[in-house]
Ligand binder design. Structure first.
Ligand SMILES: Nc1ncnc2c1ncn2[C@@H]1O[C@H](COP(=O)(O)OP(=O)(O)OP(=O)(O)O)[C@@H](O)[C@H]1O
Length: 625
């Protein structure tokens, strides 16, 4: 009985305890809900709802451990939750709004592993027409090309061109063929990436002449844009040579002549036709082109058929790189004003479209889709000497190639040994016809003076830099071609495109700053299938930098030229004398310059400037007609 009583008492007692416990938990639960509501109100910035799950609450409150029959009933909990939710409800957002705020539940593990994105080139870049680099076994005889116009064949033969180089063999017929299609079929634009000295110039000169010589008109029909004056002069000369007996007229617009004179050379005013252009092919620098677009009355590119951009990668880096924008704007504006009411017929559509055939050339043209995008090419085709398919994983945009005939080396020394090694090439190894690159005009000048003094006039050394005017630069190049000068010391102004036949050696006295400069520098020798040698002189702490530069272009290591110390020691006394004299000579030059400028200043102060009789009138003189 005792036991029964005790049991009953215990049971009641336990039940009471449980009920108390339940109430306590319910209170805690409500308190928790209240607390959460408060914190929620505080963090109303995002108006997000804190949804508290029953199970979570139960777990939190410890009610899960209570036997099932003693748990708080589900409806009771629901009503408590509903009560709390009712107050929160107005702030609840629609599902779509919740998504837009991108509510992120912290602590969840729904992170997905991002799949690796493969570099995929557009089809035309990954499937280039392969161009051979082999200039030793030429198979494409010029006289066997039935498509070639007789006039061009005659000029080629007189120039001693018997075989086409690989790039010419592929590109020339392709361009000509594109212009044999019916008018409405727009030709494929092309990009050509072939080594230095592989004959890219004739690859666009010949097809342009052949296509244009069949048409007659007073319009600019081909525009060739180059980055620097020297290159423009060189390309204009090639055009002029091959335009012999074709009736086509070529004009160079490069800033080498005053703008007004150039305007008179290209435009003519007639009563009936107003402004007409006397020229078919314009070869120009980007900067001068913009000047003509903005200042030359009647200068029109409406009938442009070919747009050639040589050294295309360089021209986009150019300071005048918005020339393309100006040119396209000009063409668009002209089309717009001349066709105010476009007709919806064959002729109307044909006159509306801009079908300028774009041809891009360079030895370092990166197959980089983003860069090439800027040219707005139409269904382009790539001709490349770089085997792109062989390197699907590699960063092909950084790969450049040099001619097979070019032997590249580098020599490592201390800064003091640099001039000794440099002199050693001429004095001991008897190198002739050498181009030497430095990184500044001052350094080019100092080296020229040093070498002339040191060799006591036996070596004919000349400098070629931006410090010289155009006539002096042309004279130096002419003398070098005629072997009256053995060594030209220059800056990178001459690194690109300049074709100096018979240049046997290239020395980089200062290492190049990047891979493109390297490729173009060394490419001044080993041209057109001839053997060439290039040496880069680097001091000890530049070795890694130089290797990195080579690697960035996908070039394998080049051999190192070992120098014997005793040979350099023998040259030391001569060098020490020469450097003293050089210093003296440069000091004298500076002294003379300062004296001259002082005299000029004094003269300008003492003499009041005479005003020309017709000076005022000469301002804003209309162009001679
Ligand atoms: N088919 C050919 N046969 C013989 N010589 C040629 C032929 N084609 C071009 N040449 C000569 O090869 C030299 C190099 O040609 P070109 O200047 O066109 O090279 P390039 O590829 O434009 O070089 P770069 O990239 O340095 O500008 C020139 O002297 C040119 O006269």
């Amino acid at each position: 009985m005792d036991l029964f009583v005790i049991n009953r008492y215990k049971e009641n007692n336990e039940k009471d305890d449980l009920i108390n416990q339940e109430t306590l938990h319910l209170q805690r639960l409500k308190q928790k809900i209240e607390e959460r509501k408060k914190t929620h109100r505080k963090s109303q910035i995002n108006n997000d709802v804190i949804v508290i799950k029953n199970d979570e609450l139960l777990r939190d409150s410890g009610l899960q451990d209570i036997p099932a029959e003693n748990k708080i009933s589900e409806p009771e909990l629901k009503s408590a939750e509903a009560k709390s939710n009712n107050e929160i409800q107005p702030k609840r957002k629609k599902k779509s709004e919740q998504v837009s705020t991108e509510f992120k539940v912290l602590g969840t593990t729904d992170f997905e592993k991002k799949s690796k994105v493969e570099r995929v080139l557009p089809y035309w870049l990954s499937h280039a027409y392969s161009v051979s680099k082999n200039l030793q076994t030429l198979t494409c005889k010029v006289e066997n090309q039935s498509w070639l116009h007789n006039t061009l064949l005659t000029t080629l033969t007189s120039e001693g061109v018997t075989h086409f180089f690989p790039v010419q063999e592929q590109v020339i017929p392709f361009i000509i063929q594109q212009h044999q299609h019916p008018e409405l079929l727009r030709p494929h634009d092309i990009c050509v990436s072939a080594p230095t000295g592989s004959g890219k110039t004739l690859s666009f000169v010949l097809p342009i002449i052949q296509v244009l010589m069949n048409e007659i008109g007073h319009h600019i029909r081909a525009l060739v844009v180059l980055p620097v004056q020297e290159l423009a002069i060189q390309v204009a000369q090639v055009f002029k040579k091959y335009c012999t007996n074709t009736g086509l007229r070529v004009q160079l617009l490069s800033g080498s002549t005053p703008l007004q004179k150039e305007q008179q050379q290209i435009m003519r005013f007639t009563e009936t036709l107003k402004w007409i252009c006397e020229i078919d092919i314009i070869v120009c620098t980007a900067g001068r082109l913009v000047e003509h677009l903005q200042n030359t009355e009647g200068f029109s590119l409406k009938n442009l058929k070919f747009l050639v951009i040589d050294e295309a990668d360089r021209i986009m880096d150019n300071i005048q790189n918005d020339w393309l924008y100006h040119m396209e704007k000009h063409i668009k504006m002209e089309n717009h004003t001349s066709n105010k009411v476009p007709h919806l017929n064959w002729v109307g559509l044909n006159s509306q479209r801009s079908s300028v055939h774009k041809l891009l050339f360079s030895a370092t043209l990166s197959p980089d889709p983003e860069l090439l995008e800027e040219w707005g090419l139409f269904q382009p085709k790539l001709f490349s000497a770089i085997p792109i398919q062989d390197h699907p994983d590699s960063n092909v945009s950084k790969k450049y190639t040099t001619p097979d005939e070019l032997q590249e080396q580098y020599v490592v020394c201390s800064a003091e040994e640099k001039p000794l090694i440099f002199y050693y090439f001429f004095a001991e190894l008897k190198w002739d016809k050498t181009l030497c690159f430095t990184n500044s005009s001052q350094s080019a000048h100092r080296l020229t003076v040093l070498l002339n003094i040191w060799s006591k006039g036996n070596l004919k050394v000349a400098e070629l830099s931006a410090a010289l005017d155009r006539t002096s630069r042309e004279l130096v190049l002419r003398k070098f071609k005629q072997s009256e000068i053995n060594v030209i010391i220059c800056t990178d102004a001459l690194a690109r495109g300049i074709d100096i036949p018979d240049c046997n050696y290239v020395i980089s006295y200062d290492p190049p700053r990047n891979i493109k400069t390297y490729v173009h520098r060394v490419g001044r020798t080993g041209r057109a299938g001839r053997i060439g040698n290039a040496v880069t002189i680097i001091v000890h702490n530049q070795v890694q930098m130089f290797k990195d530069i080579l690697q960035s272009g996908g070039k394998s290591d080049i051999p190192q030229l070992e120098m014997q110390n005793d040979i350099l020691q023998d040259l030391m006394p001569g060098y020490q004398n020469a450097i003293r004299e050089t210093k003296q000579s440069i000091d004298n030059e500076i002294h003379d310059k300062v004296k001259k400028s002082k005299e000029l200043k004094r003269m300008s102060k003492s003499k009041p400037r005479k005003r020309k009789h017709n000076e005022n009138k000469s301002l804003n003189v209309p162009m001679e007609q």
